[in-house]
Design a protein around this ligand. Sequence first.
Ligand SMILES: Nc1ncnc2c1ncn2[C@@H]1O[C@H](COP(=O)(O)OP(=O)(O)OP(=O)(O)O)[C@@H](O)[C@H]1O
Length: 257
Amino acid sequence: MRVEALSFGYGGRPVGREVGFALEAGEVICLLGPNGGGKTTLFKTMLGLLRPLGGRVTLGGEDIAGWKRETLARHIAYVPQAHSAFFPFTVRDIVLMGRASQVGLFATPGAADRKAAEAALAALGIERLADRAYTEISGGERQLTLIARALAQEPRVLVMDEPTASLDFGNQIRVLEKVRGLARTGIAVLLSTHDPDHAFLCADRVALLHEGRLHALGAPAEVVTAEALRLLYGVEVEIVTLPESGRRICVPSLVSF
Ligand SMILES: Nc1ncnc2c1ncn2[C@@H]1O[C@H](COP(=O)(O)OP(=O)(O)OP(=O)(O)O)[C@@H](O)[C@H]1O
């Protein structure tokens, strides 16, 4: 998938300008940027939910602007920020809805669809929630359900908006592991996060969105620096390399200490 000189925003008012990058099969790109920085707006534009103010988004060389919703959904899955629920569908039904792009919105799901849904529930370790109402589970459990729904879709590209935001520490790590596993199967993953350590844990490349522009894009060690985090978030951070593993971690400091 390619994003080419993309400008995006609402009602003709740009939030981001001239953003360009290619998301390759089998890679994970982490998008970092401050609150209100335009990450969700970029994603919605990449998914064809918002019309670009300039530039274009292509998949397999074709501009997605002319694609029907169903065609898009056959290739790209979206995990939105965990939302509140209104209809008491079961978790299994929500995950099965991920198959709608494969079977058609009003077609009855077949055995293969049910199998894909069960496999997605198992992959996220939430089989025990399958018969619970989506309106009666926790925010983190909803997030896991939405990820399972995206998996059931069997997409080429997976766009995830802060997929770890409402998860407990264990589930954050398990979801990042899952993301790496998906990339190994050839899926291209773009995810936003507010935790730069997550970029160190799971990203092949990191993109920084600053004041509506792509400030940097590259290997985590090159892009996630103390200077960059100061610029993005206005805080002091030390990047420490662990002696045994060579892994990097971010250690923020409190100014008043
Ligand atoms: N529907 C909308 N109409 C008009 N402006 C919007 C709309 N949604 C968001 N915005 C504005 O667009 C800007 C970018 O918002 P966006 O949600 O893309 O940021 P974000 O990086 O995803 O933020 P966060 O990290 O807080 O989720 C913000 O200034 C926001 O107020």
